[in-house]
Design a protein around this ligand. Structure first.
Ligand SMILES: [Zn+2]
Length: 422
């Protein structure tokens, strides 16, 4: 019997408790809103569990939760295992949370085996990863690493319209520390970040592998609030007189889709998503030529030069559409995240651990963004494990078999055990 097998029920109970406390009856699934009641619930629940395990529990200025199994030498840089505990509204129970529960189960397995590593093993519940709430990625992890732009504190949560600074203060965090760039975590006190996460596409389910070793996280550039200003007109206005903001939005979107199709034809990896796309509800109507249009844009790729190339193609497209439609395009705030490659040594070690345990797995570049990328940008190497999920993520139908979860946790535990002499 594998060491983690007896912890199967424990894992199941934690997932059940997470789900029960954050059920969203209106939308289905769970809602663990960033710096809100749902996210708080998850942090409190797991911190309480960690205390029962005898772990040290602490928080930083972002109110991330750290659950620490002390090592022999408290001064050595720690191993941090973590993921996020927030979700989108009406999301799935496992996206993010699986990584934190996996860390706790792995630590419990070490305790039961009577193993103390040379360094601390820290299980981190990360705050605010789901960028839908504040339209900024990796708020919790970047904040912990002292790399969150201070102006992010002014970002408004989409539903409450209250600022991040406000929400952070209410949760017990410290916006001033963000302004100072305080780094609670750095390459000096963290030697590796390990993240377990459900896959957000069905590729493992299709290929039959229960888990995969993540090789990289894409970088992105984002324009959350693009505003196009044309001229309102009546339906009777001839085509040549129009400055239709809505058609300009369509041109931009289809232009980007054409670029994507071309990249796909060449076998190059990228993705672009226009998640918001609308006229002004206050003024739009059946017989109105739209004079305003709003849209969002997220473009991602796996190599930094690809992102540069895509952004310059996009900016050229903006100029072209402005000219063609006689409109002004205000791109608004720009956000970005760098491409992050998983550490080759850690990746090789994880492959070796899976092989030792006879667990079938493959390599998988992540299509989505993950906190591990924020650690990578701060100079901390990361290792990544994916768990099979046939139904996609960020909705109630997201699925993960606890058996698959235990396989990933088994690999993680074995990896920790190989760190006894390092
Ligand atoms: Zn996630």
């Amino acid at each position: 019997m594998r060491i983690v097998d007896q912890l199967h029920e424990q894992a199941q109970a934690l997932f059940d408790a997470l789900r029960m406390g954050s059920l969203d009856h209106a939308r289905g699934g769970v809602t663990r809103d960033t710096y809100g009641v749902g996210e708080d619930y998850a942090h409190t629940l797991l911190a309480k569990h960690a205390t029962q395990l005898g772990l040290e529990v602490k928080h930083d200025h972002m109110r991330n939760t750290y659950m620490v199994l002390p090592g022999k030498d408290r001064h050595l840089p720690a191993i941090v295992i973590g993921s996020h505990l927030d979700s989108v509204a009406g999301g799935g129970n496992f996206d993010g949370a699986a990584g934190v529960v996996s860390g706790l189960i792995a630590v419990q397995a070490l305790q039961q085996a009577g193993i103390q590593l040379p360094c601390d093993v820290v299980v981190m519940g990360v705050r605010a990863e789901e960028s839908i709430w504040f339209q900024v990625s990796y708020i919790g992890s970047r904040g912990a690493l002292g790399r969150l732009q201070p102006e992010t504190l002014n970002a408004l949560r989409i539903d409450t319209k209250r600022s991040l600074a406000d929400h952070l203060t209410e949760a017990g965090g410290d916006p001033e520390a963000v302004k100072r760039g305080d780094a609670f975590l750095s390459p000096k006190n963290v030697r590796a970040f390990m993240e377990v996460h459900i896959e957000q596409a069905p590729s493992l389910a299709l290929t039959g592998f229960p888990i995969a070793i993540g090789t990289g996280v894409p970088g992105n550039f984002r324009y959350p609030k693009i505003r196009i200003k044309g001229e309102y007109g009546h339906v009777g206005l001839g085509r040549r007189f129009r400055h239709d903001a809505s058609l300009a939005g369509a041109d931009l979107t289809l232009g980007l889709d054409a670029i994507w199709a071309e990249w796909e034809r060449q076998g190059r990896l990228m993705a672009c998503t226009v998640g918001e796309f609308h006229t002004n509800v206050e003024r739009h109507g059946l017989t109105v030529v739209p004079g305003e249009f709003s849209m969002s844009l997220d473009v991602r790729a796996y190599a930094q030069p690809d992102l540069v190339e895509l952004e310059s193609a996009f900016l050229a497209l903006v100029k072209e559409v402005e000219k063609k439609r006689g409109v002004m395009i205000d791109l608004g705030l720009r956000a970005s995240a760098e491409v992050a490659q998983a550490d080759p040594v850690l990746t090789q070690q994880l492959r070796g651990c899976a092989q030792d345990l006879s667990i079938a797995c493959c390599d998988l570049p992540s299509p989505a963004s993950h906190d591990a990328a924020a650690f990578c940008a701060a100079g901390i190497p990361f290792g990544f494990l994916f768990i099979r999920n046939p139904n996609g993520s960020h909705h109630p139908e997201e699925a993960m078999a606890t058996e698959d979860f235990m396989l990933a946790t088994d690999v993680l535990t074995r990896w920790l055990m190989t760190q006894q002499d390092t």
